[in-house]
Write a protein that binds this ligand. Structure first.
Ligand code: ADP
Length: 476
């Protein structure tokens, strides 16, 4: 059953109970008050009649203060009409409870009479035919006689009013329930609107429409739930996008990898086939074997680089306090014999928090790339200086440069701007990918500025070792 129907049904049940009980209580209260008033009037009438009877009996001239039955009957008859058009219903009985006078239509039995004595005035409600009466009984002590005066007062109107009250209330309850049902239906569907919108959103998302969001129509708890749901949907959409990007990158990587394998393998297979199926002279045999050797070496270097990238990405960097001088000293020594280009080093002395071998690998890759991009005799500037955010390393060359549209791609694995030039210089497009991976685990990234034909500058910033920094620190 729908939640809005449950809400509607429970409200109708509560409304029906509330209206039913309050109606019953109200009508009954009115009835009991009216009946009490009628009882009071009946008892007053009974007192007045007994007083009138005593007065009349005392005023009748009697001998020896005796009240004969005939006089009783006469007085009773007079009291019955009482000078009014409406007749009273009364009954007078003697000491032995024998009836001396009774009005026509006086239908009460003798039950009340049996309980009446000097002190008690009694009444009860009786039903005769379709009518209701208040039956009273009182003892009258006059002259030498003890008599019993009973009256009957018609109170059918009070009971009829009660019946009318009940039926009116039933109708009012029904109408109220009908109107209440319509209003509650509107309220329930208004209140449950956020739930319906949320349900629709979950269905749409389950069908693959991750951009679909539930509309927030209220600020209450359900509104907050909608906001939380949309927040979750945003996070989910971003994660899915990220996953899709990762899958695309993996596919791209696999494609490039297969392609990079194919070229050296084709050469190796071709030359190996030539060696085994033809009798080649010594020079050609050497050339073929050399080709196989160089391409094999290239494959080996590529697989080592790939391994480096994978291992670096999975490991944590263990940071040490290392003076910048140590890194630059190593580089100066490494490139001391290089004659084809002029490498200039300049740096600020400073202790850094780095994994030194990895940072050396980055710088060597950047300097090698700068060498490959430079002309014979070109200048390469390798610098290290203290900047606002940390210690900045920069490698600048004045070589071929990189086209603007290629800049964002060059850190991708196997990406080479000029493939034949890169391959001829033993490149496989993996150096910068490795650099990016190493800098990532140092919480840094590679900055690149380049102008085609004018040269490039590659830079990155590393943390400076503070006073309080421990000598060894693991970084995710
Ligand atoms: P490779 O092994 O080919 O050098 P890298 O990942 O180091 O691979 O570099 C990717 C590509 O970026 C290179 O093939 C080259 O086209 C370009 N590149 C990198 N450094 C420079 C530079 N300093 N000047 C011009 N092009 C560069």
């Amino acid at each position: 059953m729908k939640f809005s129907y449950k809400l509607l049904l429970s409200t109708i049940i509560v409304m029906a109970l509330a209206l039913g009980f309050s109606g019953f209580y109200f009508v009954n209260y009115v009835f009991e008050t009216s009946l009490e008033r009628e009882v009071g009037q009946a008892m007053d009438e009974s007192s007045i009649l007994s007083f009138a009877f005593e007065t009349a009996a005392l005023n009748v001239p009697t001998r020896y203060n005796v009240l004969p039955d005939s006089t009783v009957e006469e007085i009773a008859s007079n009291l019955e009409t009482g000078g009014q058009s409406a007749r009273r219903l009364l009954r007078i009985s003697d000491e032995e409870k024998n009836v001396l006078y009774v009005s026509d239509g006086f239908a009460a039995n003798e039950a009340l009479l049996g309980q009446t004595d000097e002190e008690t005035k009694l009444y009860r409600v009786i039903v005769s035919g379709e009518k209701y009466y208040i039956h009273t009984s009182v003892m009258v002590n006059v002259l030498d006689r003890i008599l019993y005066l009973e009256t009957m007062r018609d109170v059918s109107e009070v009971f009829t009013q009660r019946q009318l009250g009940f039926s009116l209330y039933r109708r009012v309850t029904l109408i109220m329930l009908l109107i209440g049902t319509v209003i509650m239906h509107l309220i329930a569907s208004f209140l449950t609107k956020p739930i319906r919108l949320l349900t629709r959103a979950t269905k749409r998302m389950a069908e693959g429409d991750y951009a679909y969001r539930a509309r927030q129509v209220s600020r209450d708890e359900l509104g907050q739930l909608t906001r939380a749901f949309n927040y979750m949907a945003n996070a989910l959409e971003q994660n899915i996008e990220k996953l899709e990007e990762e899958i695309d990158a993996k596919e791209e990587f696999m494609g490039a990898f297969a392609h990079e394998l194919k070229t050296p393998l084709t050469a190796i297979i071709g030359y190996a086939d030539m060696l085994r199926s033809h009798k080649l002279d010594e020079e050609k045999s050497f050339m073929s074997a050399n080709y196989i050797y160089t391409e094999g070496k290239r494959l080996e270097a590529m697989s080592l680089r790939l391994l480096d990238i994978i291992v670096t990405g999975k490991n944590e960097a263990v940071l040490h306090r290392v003076p910048a001088e140590e890194i630059f000293g190593y580089l100066e020594e490494l490139y001391a014999d290089r004659k084809d280009v002029e490498i200039r080093f300049s740096y600020d002395a400073q202790e850094l928090m780095v994994e030194v071998n990895l940072i050396k690998t980055v710088l060597v890759n950047l300097i090698d790339n700068a060498c490959k991009a430079s002309e014979e005799g070109g200048v390469i500037e390798v610098s290290g200086y203290i900047a606002e955010e940390g210690y900045c390393f920069a490698v600048r060359d004045y070589g071929i440069g990189i086209p603007q549209k290629e800049l964002h791609k060059i850190t991708k694995a196997f990406y080479m701007v000029d493939k034949s030039r890169a391959r001829s210089k033993n490149g496989a497009g993996l150096g910068l990918a490795l650099c990016a991976e190493i800098l990532k685990i140092h919480h840094s990234e590679l900055g690149i500025e380049s102008t085609e034909g004018e040269g490039s500058c590659f830079w990155f910033v590393l943390p400076i070792a503070g006073e309080d920094v421990q000598t060894e620190k693991g970084v995710q």
